[in-house]
Design a protein around this ligand. Structure first.
Ligand code: WTA
Length: 653
């Protein structure tokens, strides 16, 4: 027998057409009987209620669901506190000494925190928040790196009923400011900095710049990351030190009994316009779906697994699958601050070996980077504790899937390719690892109780094999309850394309075996390294530069990132195209929105392809950028524009 690790991707691809859950896995699986789908579908409200019953309610609900399309209320009349689900009940059950977090800083500093310790810290923070005048319903914006205090801050807000809103600590001052202003946050909590690839990232300077224009903010709490990681930014009048406000507080705090439908958090995500959408999630339903999906999709055995989700808590994946799902289940998890390639390209594998990680959840863009760095890095480490792998954020190409299975999963770990969104709050389409025979590249079937359909342009449903727009056709407990302050946009974005159905914005196909394959966004949203970016947002940022008259941005296929933004720019009179200006514009977008949004390249052009009504035809720009045959041009006002543009684009190479 040849060593499977020596096989090429092509060989692996030709050999692995399907993956049948190994008998050893099935024998211990949380779900081993496919009848779960039929029973959950038959009484889907009852199915979700059976999960809600596993939570600790201060008052039980009267009604499982009120469905006033498109507004849902779940577990109506019920009262509970989210932090109690994640902390108190585990301590009360005698599991207070279980490790909640193994934290590893990028520089190698480590901390272990038990559930009891986390509970005490969360209470201190909650009491400190109250001392700063934060009340139920107030908004708290959080701009912090991946340290345990971030997770604890979320739980502390939840304990006193404050609505938290995490802004990924890679966003620019302008993006942070917009988000703080949109929710009129009362408090901002940040760290002064964090480590990234051996360098200090200065977060405080970003926060100073952002809050300068935010009148609603009464205080900025600053956590000192420590360990030589400091910011040179000056303290401002509103600043208070984390330790001064939180460290000396009492370590108990009575949790507030929240209504099941009270908002838990707002999380901003990119839409098709320049303005990000504040997705609102509430308490009871969100926790129910987080609890159920974590337990079943990851086959979690909280008493023995070590779970590691590599996402940042600044994204929905970190909210649901670091903080609320794993912690509601009482899991032990790894939190890592820094980059996967620091100090070496084997850092993740070293961490898996060190902490004996058994469940590992990451993104295809990371897997493609690992492939590029080479299998010698994972091969140096003992990864035999792994028993389940997960993927999220973008379609996983079959090459990455088989590589992941063999080089990380030792050929034995089921892979769960999980499709979901900030809006859905929890995993919607996924294998169940003990029963689904998976196929590389397919997210397979809806989670029990979820109904997904493919819809054609004319609104009719695709029956059997075929392609269409992905829609969810039943309410589910963790669905978004609306957009912060903008119900009209909520109704238009999600519920008007196909009335009565939730329009996800993704295209998908169904194969002969009833498996779903997510094809990607069908709107002007691109997916760069698993993160959502709006074309419009980048375009508005470009035109804010004095040299730019008009700009068009498209997301084009990129080997590593899945997609990458490419810009086409018409300059104003008096400005001359040059490589320097291109670099300046790229950097400009980086500082306006954040590094993720920086265009891969920018082509200067005297004109853009437009329809007779003046709409930019981005589809044609994408064809040019991907070197494809140019599609249908009959609606173009002036087909000659394309030739010049194509020549310009190629010249740039
Ligand atoms: C994409 C991330 C294919 C999709 C949890 C969706 C995926 C968007 C997958 C949501 C997957 C997420 N396969 N595509 N397994 N998971 N997507 O809100 O386009 O950051 O609409 O939530 O990511 O991104 P968001």
């Amino acid at each position: 027998m040849t060593d499977p690790k020596a096989k090429t991707i092509d060989t692996l691809l030709s050999e692995i057409r399907t993956f049948i859950p190994p008998a050893e896995f099935v024998a211990q699986a949380n779900v081993a009987d496919p009848a779960i789908y039929a029973s959950a579908n038959e009484d889907w409200q009852g199915w979700w209620a059976s999960w809600a019953e596993k939570l600790q309610w201060d008052r039980k609900w009267d009604t499982v669901l009120n469905w006033n399309l498109p507004y849902a209320e779940w577990f109506v009349g019920g009262k509970l506190n989210a932090s109690v689900q994640c902390l108190d009940r585990h301590v009360a059950a005698g599991n207070g000494e279980r490790i909640a977090f193994y934290f590893e800083g990028e520089q190698g500093d480590t901390r272990e925190l038990t559930y009891s310790q986390v509970l005490r810290n969360v209470c201190r923070i909650a009491n400190g928040l109250k001392s700063l005048g934060v009340n139920k319903g107030d908004r708290v914006a959080i701009y912090m790196p991946m340290v345990p205090e971030l997770a604890m801050t979320l739980l502390a807000c939840a304990r006193i009923g404050a609505i938290f809103s995490v802004v990924f600590a890679g966003f620019s001052p302008t993006s942070l400011k917009d988000r703080i202003q949109d929710q009129t946050a009362k408090l901002v909590i940040c760290a002064d900095g964090c480590w990234r690839r051996g360098k200090v990232l200065d977060l405080k300077t970003v926060v100073n710049e952002a809050v300068a224009a935010c009148d609603s903010v009464t205080n900025v709490v600053v956590l000192r990351r420590g360990g030589g990681c400091t910011s040179a930014a000056p303290a401002t009048a509103r600043d208070v030190e984390w330790n001064d406000v939180f460290a000396n507080q009492a370590d108990t705090c009575t949790p507030l009994a929240m209504d099941s439908e009270d908002p838990l958090f707002i999380l901003y995500t990119s839409g098709t316009t320049g303005k990000p959408k504040g997705i609102v999630h509430t308490t009871g339903g969100y926790l129910t779906a987080a609890l159920a999906t974590t337990k079943l999709v990851f086959d979690l055995k909280e008493e023995k697994d070590v779970y590691w989700c590599t996402a940042d808590i600044g994204w929905i994946t970190g909210h649901t699958y670091i903080v609320f799902g794993p912690m509601a289940n009482g899991a032990t998890q790894v939190i890592y601050e820094g980059a996967p390639d620091f100090p070496h390209q084997d850092r993740f594998w070293a961490l898996i070996e060190k902490y004996k990680v058994s469940i590992f959840y990451t993104a295809p863009t990371a897997i493609r980077a690992f492939m590029k760095w080479g299998e010698e890095h994972p091969a140096k480490h003992d990864l035999s504790t792994l028993r389940l792998l997960g993927s999220v954020g973008e379609p996983i190409n079959p090459e990455a899937w088989v590589w992941y299975l063999h080089h990380i999963g030792g050929g034995k770990c089921p892979i769960v390719d999980t499709w979901w969104q900030t809006e859905t709050g929890a995993i919607m389409i996924t294998p169940l690892p003990g029963i689904t025979t998976t196929v590389p590249g397919s997210a397979t079937t809806p989670f029990p109780g979820i109904e997904a359909k493919l819809i054609q342009e004319d609104g009719s449903e695709v029956i059997g094999a075929g392609g269409g727009y992905l829609a969810l056709t039943r309410p589910w407990p963790s669905m978004l309850r609306g957009l912060w302050g903008d119900n009209k946009r909520y109704e238009e974005t999600y519920w008007s394309r196909f009335p009565g159905k939730y329009f996800a914005g993704d295209g998908a196909k169904r194969d002969e075996n009833n498996f779903l394959w997510i094809l990607g966004r069908v709107d002007d949203v691109m997916n760069v390294s698993g993160h959502r970016l709006s074309t419009m947002e980048i375009e508005s940022s470009l035109v804010a530069h004095p040299s730019v008259a008009e700009a068009a941005v498209v997301g084009v296929a990129h080997e590593m990132k899945g997609q990458a933004p490419i810009g086409f720019v018409i300059l104003r009179h008096g400005y001359v195209a040059s490589p320097q200006l291109e670099q300046e514009l790229r950097a400009f977008v980086g500082t306006e929105i954040g590094g993720l949004a920086r265009p891969e390249r920018i082509t200067f052009t005297p004109e853009l392809p437009k329809t007779r009504s003046g709409k930019i035809m981005r589809r044609l720009l994408r064809d040019i950028a991907e070197g494809k045959e140019i599609g249908d041009v009959t609606t173009l006002a002036d087909p000659n524009v394309l030739k010049g543009l194509q020549a310009e684009f190629v010249k740039h190479d």
